[in-house]
Write a protein that binds this ligand. Structure first.
Ligand SMILES: Cc1cc2nc3c(=O)[nH]c(=O)nc-3n(C[C@H](O)[C@H](O)[C@H](O)COP(=O)(O)OP(=O)(O)OC[C@H]3O[C@@H](n4cnc5c(N)ncnc54)[C@H](O)[C@@H]3O)c2cc1C
Length: 405
């Protein structure tokens, strides 16, 4: 089988790229080891443990690709406020959408919901879908690539996009090197029901062991559910995972200073080791890495997939522009335009998260004083806060057309 472009990985990022190129006239194959059909939806379905805080920029991209309606038709929880505080001090900061005349700061959406809304759009798009196949071999052949699938089939294309996630097989097979930071942290994720409603606020407490986030969820108008991401040391995570639900709920409530009262119910818990990883290059001739295949960032700012959506929209824009000018899309000269636009932005976000992480992990008294004083100062500085809010909305920097107002 031959195509102009093969996208490996139909997660949120790979599916977005495919949709953004659906009218390009290119012959595109999108393959994934999972099924490529939206699952039947029930409004009473339990919450998925993996959620994303989607920025306004991501929302725009998804709206323009026609997937936002499918998300709203399932469920998405808008939030208009964010409260961040230091558990070992007095510093705290509040962000409000109203401060930049926006209605919301973002939406908390289950990853499955985003994925299914995208798959629904892909179904009628003319993109060639190859579900339930695993890429397990890759080599250069002539001017392009020869891709081997687990079922024995072979595919050929001059251009390959790796959207196959944090443990990207393509990145490994193509020999792309990465820089990695082990946080010695694990994240426990689950959904919990609290005694008090979340007031459409995203909450984050920096504990001595790492950040703990309570992100608002909504089901049938019930605003007592939150998705939690509790980043902590491997030993503490192991201890917390071993607790029964009642003991875990008590430990969680205490770690969160009971800001939403007692934790009444806890869904099944999952524990994910955290690593920050960044590919040294996103492109080589005939190959581009996007989304988690290119960069994995600490979840504390909830930016991972937002960066991935911007990668997908920018790469689509670069390819469409080059095609309009009759250029060869697989050429390094063309693909480097994508890398030049996205790498500085992704690196800046990763460096900021790294700085936050280190500052809040630091124990020496002067650093504790600094972060508490810093949070207070920032909280009282309207201009500085507005800058932060615009960053959280994803409305700063070099945005692709699909994400612009
Ligand atoms: C605890 C936690 C909380 C997070 N919270 C947020 C948040 O609030 N906001 C946010 O923006 N981000 C968040 N993230 C990050 C976000 O989940 C990721 O950035 C996002 O899921 C990456 O999407 P992707 O499409 O690049 O990769 P993936 O979702 O990993 O998709 C990769 C796809 O490739 C397929 N695949 C892989 N290998 C092969 C192969 N060999 N052959 C065929 N198919 C293959 C897989 O089946 C999969 O469908 C969080 C992450 C964690 C760990």
């Amino acid at each position: 089988m031959h195509a102009d472009l093969i996208i490996v990985g139909a997660g949120m990022v790979g599916s977005t790229l495919a949709l953004a190129l659906q009218d390009s006239g290119l012959d595109i194959l999108l393959l994934d080891r999972g099924p490529l059909e939206a699952a039947p939806w029930s409004p009473e379905a339990p919450f998925e443990p993996r959620v994303s805080a989607l920025s306004a920029a991501s929302q725009r991209i998804l709206e323009r690709l026609g997937a936002w309606d499918g998300i709203r038709a399932r469920r998405a929880a808008p939030y208009g406020e964010m409260q961040v505080w230091d558990g070992s001090g007095t510093g705290q900061i509040r962000f409000a959408a109203a401060s930049v005349h926006a209605e919301v700061l973002g939406h908390i959406v289950e990853n499955r919901v985003v994925q299914d809304a995208l798959l629904e759009r892909l179904a009628g798009s003319g993109i060639g879908l190859l579900p339930a196949v695993r890429l397990d071999g890759l080599r250069r052949s002539g001017d392009g690539w020869l891709v081997s699938l687990g079922d024995g089939r072979q595919l050929r294309a001059p251009l390959l996009v790796a959207a196959d996630g944090a443990n990207s097989t393509i990145r490994r097979l193509a020999g792309c090197t990465t820089r990695e930071w082990d946080y010695l942290h694990h994240a426990i994720v689950t959904s919990v029901r609290c005694a008090e409603a979340h007031r459409r606020t995203a909450w984050q407490r920096f504990t001595d062991d790492g950040p703990l986030a309570f992100l608002p969820l909504e089901r049938d108008g019930d605003r007592h559910w939150c998705s939690i991401v509790w980043s902590t040391t491997a030993e503490q995570a192991e201890r917390l995972m071993a607790l029964d639900d009642a003991a875990f709920a008590a430990a969680l409530g205490a770690a969160f200073e009971w800001r939403l009262g007692a934790v009444l119910e806890v869904d099944p818990r999952h524990c994910i080791p955290l690593r920050q990883r960044h590919a040294r290059r996103y492109v080589e001739p005939g190959l581009a890495l996007i989304g988690d295949a290119a960069h994995v960032i600490h979840p504390l700012a909830g930016q991972g997939v937002n960066l991935g959506f911007l990668d997908a929209a920018t790469l689509a824009e670069v390819l469409l522009h080059a095609r309009g000018r009759g250029e060869r899309l697989a050429e390094l000269r063309v693909l480097s335009r994508f890398e030049r636009r996205r790498m500085p932005h992704n690196l800046a976000m990763m460096a900021a998260m790294e700085g936050f992480e280190r500052l809040f992990q630091a124990d020496p008294l002067p650093l504790r004083w600094l972060r508490n004083a810093g949070l207070k100062w920032m909280d009282e500085l309207p201009g500085g806060k507005a800058l932060f809010v615009r960053q959280a909305l994803g409305l700063s920097g070099d945005l692709p057309e699909l994400a612009r107002a």
